[in-house]
Design a protein around this ligand. Structure first.
Ligand code: AGP
Length: 589
């Protein structure tokens, strides 16, 4: 996944692009570049993070009031200066930045090379400016040449394009997010709203196959499938820029962990009619699949236990990347509930595509309104967590849980009871995200910072929490962490337990006896037991106190481990917001 931003208007372009890149860096950060147009192109690009490149090339001295920029997460071609965007055509009249995957780029590239085009990079993106150049050689004007070039692309794209000879910004999308910003001082186009949120809250979500032409006088949108000009609604977002900034926190990760005091309340403030509609769909479905990836998948696992306990409802839980292998089973009576905070995860979008091919109904739980998933679902529920900038899902995970809990109670006509249970969590979460708790957990982080392996066990709802906790630790501290159902450990994995092996045990009243006996099995083999539990116990070498919250345990019990994962990363000198090899939304299959 990459981040792109462009602007045309009255303001100096350089600070807009530089700040925009910084706000988009969570989408990919192995290289970055800008192109501004001011009597010719001014292109600066290199490998490294935005600030590092700025130190070398000074993004802020780029001239003009029109430009495009890109921050990259490499998919095709290594992390090199040549592969950084923007990419240009042979004559350097066309500059392009792109987020997505062009699946037929090799064939297009071979054909363009046979026509004499010279390429400088290994990227799929570089075929775009050369395609436009080739179409113009055949006599098309720039807009028509761009439209033809885009129609020949297979796969996904969100592109921003400049023509050296026209003061226009071209913006187009298919399968990758692209949103326009409308302000008095000019027009923006970006992968995500935080990139220009400080300038405007008025946004236009482009649809697939839209090609927008932005000029100083306004925006025109054409749809390449409908082959006509189209009207797109202007929305106003209710985020404020502080939500897209770190504020007094050192990292977005800690800021977003702390925001859970409010985001869980916001997740529970849903349109009741919409909830009732979703509940009816669930009641009438013959077969329900909960589908997600990563943390969103773990939220689905937790939801399956809660729906079994509270709603007496059986649901299937499937990893998004595995879901297409179930398509033989799907019918027009099947309901797929797709969960994705970004709404752009390729595995989830693929799963939804296979569901719709079988005429199954699709309902989604999403955080980014206007994302591809919100547009391909029959209905979507907004988890309302606000922008999540850190690559790790923290507040969006617990907001997904909150929404699933609300649905579970609503399914048995106890919507208000479910809402009350979530509201009551406010105090608990306030304490769990407080400095007191963070200090206590820092002691544990000091003990674990040099460990190679950490095991985690839980039963029932706590097993789902153990899975999510393991992912948090792994992806931000690079310590190998593995979750097991408490009863499963003795079926082999317990062979790995050695003297001092740390094991985090999630305890709840519902299965306290059983999980503590599993803990004893580990302790008797030398394990170091960390209890996440309402009560202390002599088995524990370290105790993290959490309130007994029954069906809401997955929300309260993950928070201390989110903090632990964060502190382990910081102690190990890592950047919690930008873990290596990861991107905020995995838009490749
Ligand atoms: C979670 O911390 C990871 N960043 C990752 O597993 C993430 O949950 C997964 O890629 C799904 O993202 P989505 O919710 O945007 O679909």
């Amino acid at each position: 996944m990459c981040g792109i931003i462009g602007y045309i208007g009255k303001k100096d372009i350089a600070p807009i692009l530089f700040q925009g890149l910084k706000r988009l860096e969570y989408r990919g950060y192995d290289s970055a570049g800008i192109a501004t147009l001011a009597s010719g192109f001014h292109i600066k690009k290199d490998v490294g993070k935005v600030d590092e490149i700025h130190q070398r090339l000074n993004f802020l001295d780029a001239p003009g009031t029109l430009g495009i920029a890109h921050t990259r997460w490499a998919t095709h071609g290594g992390v090199t200066k040549e592969n950084a965007h923007p990419h240009v055509d042979c004559e350097e009249n066309i500059a392009v930045v792109h987020n997505g995957i062009i699946e037929n780029y090799q064939e297009l590239k071979r054909n363009l090379i046979s026509l004499g085009h010279k390429f400088k990079s290994q990227t799929d993106t570089e075929v775009i400016p050369h395609l436009i150049e080739e179409m113009m050689k055949k006599g098309k004007n720039f807009t028509d040449a761009t439209a033809s070039a885009l129609k020949s692309l297979e796969g996904s794209y969100a592109v921003l394009i400049l023509n050296k000879n026209e003061r226009k910004l071209f913006a187009a999308r298919k399968g990758s997010p692209l949103v326009l910003g409308i302000s008095d001082s000019g027009y923006f186009a970006a992968s995500d709203i935080p990139a220009f949120l400080e300038y405007t809250k008025n946004v236009v979500y482009l649809h697939d196959y839209d090609l927008a032409v932005l000029t100083d006088n306004g925006i025109k949108v054409f749809n390449l499938m409908e082959n006509r000009e189209v009207e797109r609604k202007v929305d106003t977002v209710n985020w404020d820029i502080r939500q897209a900034e770190k504020g007094e926190f050192d990292h977005f990760m800690l800021k977003e962990i702390s925001e859970q005091v409010d985001t869980i309340q916001r997740a529970s403030q849903q349109n009741k009619e919409l909830i009732n509609h979703v509940v009816e769909e669930m009641k009438n479905a013959h077969g329900i699949f909960l589908v997600g990836a990563g943390s969103s998948y773990h939220a689905c696992v937790a939801a399956s236990y809660i729906m079994s306990k509270v709603s007496k409802l059986h649901v299937n839980v499937v990893l998004a990347s595995e879901f297409p292998y179930y398509e033989h089973y799907l019918t027009d009576k099947t309901l797929v509930i797709a969960v994705s905070q970004s709404g752009e995860t390729a595995d989830v979008l693929e799963a939804v595509k296979s569901a719709k091919a079988k005429k199954s109904k699709v309902i989604s739980l999403v955080n980014v309104v206007g994302s591809s998933l919100t547009r391909t679902s029959d209905v979507f529920l907004n988890i309302n967590a606000g922008p999540e900038i850190c690559v790790l899902s923290t507040k969006t995970y617990t907001s997904q849980l909150a929404l699933f809990i609300l649905l579970s109670y609503a399914l048995v006509n106890k919507y208000e009871e479910g809402k009350k249970k979530l509201t009551r969590l406010w105090n608990e979460i306030y304490h769990l995200t407080s400095a007191t708790t963070r200090t206590k957990i820092k002691e544990l982080a000091e003990k674990l910072r040099d460990k190679e392996h950490i095991f985690l066990i839980g039963r029932g709802l706590q097993y789902a929490t153990a899975m999510e906790a393991a992912l948090k630790i792994k992806e931000v501290s690079y310590i190998h962490a593995e979750a097991f159902a408490g009863g499963e450990l003795k079926h082999g994995t317990i062979a790995l337990i050695e003297d001092g092996t740390p094991c985090i045990v999630f305890v709840s009243e519902e299965n306290e006896k059983e999980i503590l006996s599993n803990a004893i099995e580990i302790k008797s083999r030398g394990g170091y037991i960390i209890g996440v539990s309402p009560k202390n116990n002599e088995i524990f070498d370290f105790w993290i106190k959490v309130p007994e919250s029954n069906n809401e345990n997955p929300i309260v019990q993950i928070i201390p481990i989110q903090i632990l994962a964060y502190q382990l990363a910081v102690l190990r000198g890592l950047d919690p917001d930008h873990p290596r090899n990861l991107a905020k939304s995995v838009t490749v299959k």
